[in-house]
Design a protein around this ligand. Structure first.
Ligand SMILES: NC(=O)c1ccc[n+]([C@@H]2O[C@H](COP(=O)([O-])OP(=O)(O)OC[C@H]3O[C@@H](n4cnc5c(N)ncnc54)[C@H](O)[C@@H]3O)[C@@H](O)[C@H]2O)c1
Length: 420
């Protein structure tokens, strides 16, 4: 589909009401809501970001991003106070033609989907919504959530326009990816589908419409698939390590000129607020029958323990100073949500090690600098492969655990491979 020409939304809608905003995003200051709002505002649409977080609101109003999101701050400074407005009052959504829901949809401590949070939000929004608006669910939701939302909103003389258009960006790169990725859209009615399609055509190169059931599974399959792929690499890493083989070197040999293996990811922590959570949502949806998903969880969540047990075989941990470089859940962002670096730290401390944390993006008064870690720790573990760790020079007798190969100098590795 050709890129849509940008035109004001009001000229393309049949709605009789005149709205103050084109779009209101509930959860609008989150990792999904904020970049999405910025991209729409950058296209000239009037966007209202509704959230409960006053601290983030203050930052955004001052033109500062509350988290790392590449390419976003320039846009924010351009649009804030013009066609981008922040509100701590959700009832303002009644002024928007489109209402996009992007709040978090976690699983509980027993890994069951916590649908209640989402439905409770819908309940509080109910009186400020009307069938003239289009409601788009952007959060990753348990199948049938849109239907539950419709039931909760109740009977109406004109049908509600409810659509699901799940977010599929990779965190930190949303602004770039929103202009590149196709959007998958399903509406509960034909009108809802067309209306959501019309909106997303303004920012996306391609809009794919699908059934609600397909769209629900597309999103969960995308995340479960990534989680399983990471688990495959992590399991291979453990097998190689137990056999005394360097997995990073093996991976280079395996993929060198061999396209069928090219998609094998590096080993490393597969964490964060989405992949495990959505794999478990899928498992719950399929009556807890998802062997690959549970297997992936066992491998990925077991990786910190594997690292600790390997170290325990070779060191007396209560005599060790161990530094973890990278507390964020992945490279080059500042988000520590569900990061496995913390699980690793806890296990190391349980075995008596003196543990130090460091990160290049996330800040915490207990963190130390990477220089301090290099100068004081006899064991250093890469927890997140930030760019800043690429050219570190470790003291001679430091034990470095670098699953990603983040500190391995590229030339070194390829030379070793070409000599093989
Ligand atoms: N983070 C990602 O990269 C990513 C990618 C794809 C999909 N998703 C999905 O998107 C959804 C949101 O994830 P996120 O990472 O943006 O979460 P987040 O925690 O960063 O953002 C959620 C925002 O909602 C706000 N909020 C919570 N309750 C609210 C309420 N009642 N009213 C108004 N605002 C409220 C919070 O203050 C927060 O700013 C989840 O379903 C997640 O699975 C996330």
């Amino acid at each position: 589909m050709a890129k849509a020409k940008i035109s004001p939304l009001k000229s393309t809608t049949k709605s009789s009401k005149t709205f103050k905003y084109d779009i209101a995003i509930v959860g609008g200051l989150g990792h999904v809501g904020l970049p999405l709002g910025l991209v729409f505002a950058d296209k000239g649409l009037k966007v209202l970001l509704c959230d409960l977080d006053a601290k983030k609101a203050e930052l955004v109003n001052a033109g500062e991003m509350p988290f790392v999101e590449y390419g976003s701050e320039e846009i924010l400074k351009k649009v804030i106070g013009k066609n981008l407005t922040v509100s701590l009052d959700n009832s303002k959504i009644s002024d928007a033609e489109y209402v996009i829901l992007t709040i978090g949809t976690p699983v509980d401590e027993y890994l069951n989907p916590k649908l209640r949070t989402f439905l409770d939000l819908a309940q509080t929004l109910k009186n400020d919504l009307s069938p003239e608006q289009t409601i788009i669910v952007r959060s990753t939701v348990f199948p049938k959530t849109c239907e539950q939302l419709q039931r909760l909103l109740g009977a109406s003389p004109t049908p509600w326009k409810i659509a699901y258009c799940p977010e599929r960006i990779v965190q930190g790169y949303a602004v770039k990816e929103l202009s590149e990725l196709p959007q998958v859209i399903a509406g509960l009615t034909e009108e809802a589908t067309r209306s959501a399609e019309k909106l997303f055509e303004k920012i996306s190169p391609k809009v794919i419409t699908a059934s609600m059931e397909e769209t629900e599974l597309v999103k969960l399959f995308c995340n479960a698939w990534r989680y399983i792929q990471f688990a495959a690499s992590n399991q291979f890493y453990m097998i190689a390590k137990n056999y005394g083989v360097d997995f990073n070197r093996l991976r280079q040999v395996m993929t060198d000129g061999y396209g069928r293996a090219a998609s094998l990811p590096t080993a490393g922590f597969a964490a964060g607020p989405c992949l495990l959570k959505d794999t478990m949502q899928l498992a719950a949806f399929n009556s807890n029958s998802f062997d690959l998903g549970y297997g992936a969880m066992k491998v990925n969540e077991g990786l910190p323990q594997f690292i600790v047990e390997d170290l325990r075989r070779r060191y007396v941990l209560n005599l060790c100073k161990v530094g973890i470089l990278g507390m964020a859940f992945k490279a080059d962002i500042d988000d520590i949500r569900d990061s496995l670096s913390y699980k690793l730290g806890k296990l190391l401390r349980f075995h008596g090690a003196d543990v130090y944390y460091s990160d290049e993006y996330a800040s915490d008064p207990t963190f130390v600098t990477k220089e301090k870690i290099l100068s004081t720790c006899n064991v250093v573990i890469i927890g997140a492969p930030h760019q800043a760790y690429k050219n570190l020079n470790f003291p001679k007798f430091t034990e470095v655990v670098d699953l990603w190969g983040a500190c391995q100098k590229k030339d070194e590795l390829s030379q070793r491979v070409s000599k093989a």
